[in-house]
Structure formats: structure tokens, C-alpha cells
Design a protein around this ligand. Structure first.
Ligand code: NAD
Length: 247
């Protein structure tokens, strides 16, 4: 039986990802930041699906803290002994006008979106290498490739960094661990809950499919990358953005 560790696994894209891995029979380690009640409720929902029981380990932690990451990985291995797949999904965006950007906000964004995934990949990756197999999937963004907004320049830089980290991890762990990234465009999650209607309509007018993604449409690609069907996909960044209008 396989085990997946998903950060930010109780909300949005992470929640949809947990649901699909669970349906495929994985044990789950889900990292959440704050909302214990939400995590507990989701845990109950996940343990039994179609009468089939699986283990779910909910771990609270702040991914901007190295000590939390070390503890999370230790507790996950204590419980399951092996992690087959790591999904670095958690992320934050602190949108502020360019001229109001602060060093503190920039560092916070890098801590969660880039340094957290680096530390987790190091801790879990070294164990995967000892085991002789594993998959790491980083949830980047098209903002890290070619879609840039001055209000999210720190976020964009963190996601570009995460793509660079993906390439470096693939290079380093080479033959043993498959390391890939997904780069979603706009997705309907809490991260975008405060966007106003006009902005959303303007953005949708640039998307070939004409709409934002449902979180499950990103989760399906994450699961595919984890599966044996993706056994020859290494060091790739897969755009999942509904297509971008060129003219
Ligand atoms: P979300 O806000 O619903 O989820 C973000 C998750 O990250 C939450 O579970 C949150 O608790 C967790 N998190 C944030 N800071 C944390 C911290 N310090 N420690 C532990 N956990 C922390 O948004 P989402 O859209 O589901 O985002 C998931 C990922 O997808 C993020 O990396 C985001 O950058 C990326 N993404 C989202 C979109 C989009 O349009 N929603 C587009 C491209 C990429």
C-alpha cells in the first residue's frame, strides 16, 4: 500500500489531490497550517470510502519553520515507514501594490513557497533515495513561467524558483526519484476568493477554455504524474492553464 504526503492537503488543490489519491488506495499524510476542525472533518470523510479503510495522518505545521518540517517528516515516517510520493502543494500569495511590497512579505512568500519545498524535498528525498524509489511533485504556477503581475512579483519569483528547484532535484536524484512540476493557471480556490467579478471576466477572456479551473482538474494531473502511467516523465513542468489566447 502506497503513502503520499501532501502539504496544504485540507483545502483547495491539496484537498482535491488528497481525495483522488485516497480513491486510488493511498494512505495519506496531510499537512495543514491552522484549522484543526476543518482537518478533523476532512479526515473523517477520507478514512472510509466505499467501505474501504485507509490510514490518514493529519499533521499541523508551519512550512516556513524548519523545525516543523523536520517534525512532520519524522512523524510521517514513524507512522508509515515509507513515503512513496511527496506533493509540495502549500503556497501563499500576498498581493500588494508593487510600491507597497515589503521585505518581510517577500521573505515570507519565499519561505512557504520555495524554501519549505526545498527542505521537505531534502528530508523526504534522501529517504526515498535510500528506499530506491519515489516521486516528488511541485505545485508551481504559470506565474513562475511567463505570466507576471507586479502585485504578485514575490509570488511569481517564488514559483520561478520552485521550477528551478524541480530541475535541480531531478538532476540530483536522477535515476531514483521522478521529480516534476505542475504549473496551473487560474483555479477556483480560496486563494482567489477576493478577486472581483470584472477582473475574473477579464482574465477569463484570455483563457482558450474561457474559465478558471476546478481544483480537481489540477489534482488529476498531479495524480497522473505520481502514477506508473507517467513512468517516463522526469524533470517536466506541465502547464494546466486552459490554454492562453495568443492574439
Ligand atoms: P489555498 O489557499 O486554498 O491553499 C493553500 C494551502 O497552503 C492551504 O491549505 C494553506 O493552509 C497552506 N499553507 C499556506 N501557508 C502555509 C504555511 N506557512 N504552512 C503550512 N501550510 C500553509 O489555495 P490553492 O489554490 O489550493 O493553492 C495550492 C497551490 O496551488 C499553491 O502552491 C498555489 O500557489 C498554487 N496555485 C494556485 C493557483 C490558483 O489560481 N488558485 C494557480 C497556480 C498555482
Amino acid at each position: 500500500m502506497k503513502t503520499v504526503l501532501i502539504t496544504g492537503g485540507t483545502r483547495g488543490i491539496g484537498k482535491a489531490t488528497a481525495q483522488i489519491f485516497r480513491k486510488q488506495g493511498y494512505n495519506l499524510v496531510l499537512v495543514y497550517q491552522k484549522n484543526k476542525e476543518e482537518a478533523k472533518k476532512f479526515e473523517e470523510e477520507l478514512v472510509s470510502i466505499d467501505g474501504e479503510l485507509r490510514e490518514v495522518l493529519m499533521l499541523q505545521g508551519d512550512l516556513s519553520k524548519e523545525e516543523d518540517i523536520i517534525r512532520i517528516v519524522r512523524e510521517a515516517y514513524q507512522k508509515f515507514g515509507v513515503i512513496d510520493c511527496l506533493v509540495n502543494n502549500a503556497g501563499i500569495a500576498i498581493d500588494t501594490f508593487f510600491c507597497d511590497k515589503t521585505k518581510e512579505n517577500f521573505i515570507k512568500t519565499l519561505d512557504v513557497n520555495l524554501i519549505g519545498p526545498f527542505l521537505l524535498s531534502r528530508e523526504v528525498g534522501n529517504r526515498m533515495q535510500e528506499e530506491g524509489h519515489g516521486v516528488i511533485i511541485n505545485v508551481a504556477s504559470t506565474n513562475g513561467i511567463d505570466t507576471n503581475y507586479p502585485i504578485s512579483l514575490d509570488y511569481d519569483a517564488s514559483k520561478a524558483g520552485l521550477i528551478s528547484l524541480t530541475h535541480n532535484l531531478a538532476n540530483y536524484y536522477g535515476k531514483t526519484i521522478r521529480v516534476n512540476a505542475v504549473a496551473p493557471g487560474w483555479v477556483k480556490t480560496d486563494m482567489n476568493a477576493t478577486l472581483d467579478k470584472e477582473f475574473i471576466e477579464e482574465e477569463e477572456s484570455h483563457i482558450l477554455l474561457g474559465r478558471f479551473a476546478d481544483p480537481s482538474e489540477i489534482a488529476n494531473v498531479i495524480y497522473f504524474l505520481a502514477s506508473d502511467e507517467a513512468s517516463y516523465i522526469q524533470d517536466s513542468v506541465i502547464r494546466v492553464d486552459g490554454g492562453v489566447k495568443r492574439s
